[in-house]
Design a protein around this ligand. Structure first.
Ligand code: MN3
Length: 203
């Protein structure tokens, strides 16, 4: 089974003014499509073809650059599209809200720590909110297309929220102003979706 580029639940222009239409179009139809195609090429004829993306990431060899970069790219962007949307933002409700308050003190404090992790990632990469095996939450960041599911990343757990801080994610609209993009991202986070992912990760 080849991996397939997921469709978006919204149009390329629907996240404006926070993410512009052209960035969305290139990011999804070129970058994410590229990771998908390259992943399929990299696993051709291997038993990774029989696996889902999560098992593939957990069992991959970190020295295999093609699978690491493109498997990560495929998974990271699939998660990213699913946790953003038009007319979202605000603050979470329910269990995930309680968890955030209990681990980070308040939503504002969580926002500050997550934004800092995203802003301080040098070069290309991602910042994550993860839920660990014991149910605790952790904010961390990874380089390039790495993610917390991969072996020996030192950034634990299952990601339930992630922000892409590669320049391709924001440069057309924000140029070098990454902190403005990070701040805008909070207006499009789909907390209901994050909450669903959290529930699955902890069930
Ligand atoms: Mn990207």
């Amino acid at each position: 089974m080849a991996f397939k580029l997921p469709d978006l639940n919204y149009g390329y222009s629907d996240l404006e003014p926070f993410i512009d239409s052209k960035t969305m179009e290139i990011h999804h139809s070129k970058h994410h499509q590229g990771y998908t195609n390259n992943l399929n090429n990299a696993i051709e004829g291997t038993n990774f073809q029989e696996m889902g993306i999560i098992d593939l990431l957990k069992s991959m060899d970190m020295n295999n650059a093609a699978i690491r970069n493109n498997g990560g790219g495929f998974y990271n962007h699939s998660l990213f599209w699913s946790i953003i949307g038009p007319n979202k933002g605000g603050t979470p409700n329910g269990e995930i809200s309680d968890k955030i308050n209990s681990y980070f003190g308040s939503f504002d404090s969580f926002k500050e720590l997550f934004s800092k992790a995203a802003a301080s990632r040098f070069g290309s990469g991602w910042a994550w909110l993860c839920v660990k095996k014991d149910g605790s939450l952790e904010i961390c960041s990874t380089a390039n297309q790495d993610n917390p599911l991969m072996p020996s990343i030192g950034c634990g757990g299952i990601p339930i929220l992630g922000i892409d801080v590669w320049e391709h994610a924001y440069y057309l609209n924000y140029q070098n102003r990454r902190p403005e993009y990070i701040s805008a991202f909070f207006n499009i986070i789909d907390w209901e979706s994050v909450s669903e992912i959290y529930k699955k990760a902890t069930s």
